[in-house]
Design a protein around this ligand. Sequence first.
Ligand code: PGA
Length: 257
Amino acid sequence: MREKLIVANWKMNKTPLEAEEFMQHFPKEVKGISGIEMVICPPFTSLVQLATLMRDTALMLGAQNMHWEKEGAYTGEISPLMLKEIGVKYVIIGHSERRKYFGENNAIIHKKTTAALNCGLIPILCLGENSEERRSKETEKVLKKQLFGALDEIDLEEEKLCNIVLAYEPVWAIGTGTPASGDEAAEVAGYLRSLLKEKWSALAGNVRILYGGSVNRENISEFTGKKDIDGALVGGSSLKESSFAGLIKAVFNEGRS
Ligand code: PGA
């Protein structure tokens, strides 16, 4: 059974003070929630502080990016070892904003995914087509290239593959208020799982697949109710304690009904 996973991607939002304010209320709002892994990915500047504030809570810490080397002359970068040492468990890799604004390609994403796994971090590998690719019906082709570009030739033993999380994030749905429909997302998640099965048959059933792109408390159940979707990567709706807690409670209540 795959445990549900809800991940907040704060992107470049919240100063350390604002992050602290969020943490004064949010853990109380989700107290008593069980059976759902809850992860917050703040900017790097709030990671250490959040690690401390999360100590007696069920929340887990994620980073939004990292470099693939453990150390070295890479001005401005953060290494997986640094993240690991402060208690980071998850790391978002290959978000479409990094692909678009910072030139990350499949080769770079492959190096980062490998490095995360080797350092004991769980990569949340983001995949998704843009609107033009969608219009020309290239979604599957694009996703296949992104998935195998990131994972191919990684020495994927059993436990390593189980430690990867995929996030299907259609670029046209991110931050637009227009999510994919539950059925569209479920079809793509099923396709991604079938690709995993082609290569790593026995384990594909254990990999968690998230949907991301304009998810909120009203529409979350459309996604998490589908067989191949195990949770969500949430941007805008994770920034307010009440809306993010509401979204998590919706998933929790759905699991109980
Ligand atoms: P959004 O962002 O929820 O604001 O659409 C999701 C993401 O980019 O991960």
